[in-house]
Ligand binder design. Structure first.
Ligand SMILES: [Cu+2]
Length: 120
């Protein structure tokens, strides 16, 4: 009986390790359904900087700008023709619906902040 439990646990742990190291993509955060995904704007980076979103569905990116420098003032989705002003310390939602799968960069005006929307 104990042997079975130990084996079961071992299998679970192995499955967990396989999932963690091979199946999950570190760094890419998924936006699902109606939920907004938070993007922190601070210290010259978007966090997360790589966001996976489903094609053909409206997704909400909630930009939370902590960096008060003018550099972070705008987020530009160049491929989409979208530019949004980001207020400091106040979450700002950007709703996007992209039909064509692919990678879409988003940056600040000077392209120092850089992120990628991965549409799948
Ligand atoms: Cu900038």
């Amino acid at each position: 009986m104990n042997v079975f439990i130990v084996n079961g646990l071992g299998l679970l742990i192995i499955a967990g390790i396989i999932y963690w190291f091979w199946l999950s993509k570190p760094g890419a955060q998924k936006a699902e359904g109606e939920t907004a995904i938070d993007v922190i704007v601070d210290n010259g980076v978007y966090d997360p900087a790589r966001i996976e979103v489903p094609a053909g569905k409206t997704v909400t990116l909630r930009f939370i700008r902590k960096d008060a420098s003018p550099c972070a003032a705008k987020v530009v989705f160049d491929d989409l023709g979208v530019t949004e002003e980001l207020p400091v310390g106040k979450p700002h939602d950007v709703m996007l619906k992209i039909d064509e799968p692919g990678e879409y960069a988003f940056t600040c005006e000077m392209q120092m902040y850089r992120g990628v929307l991965q549409v799948v």
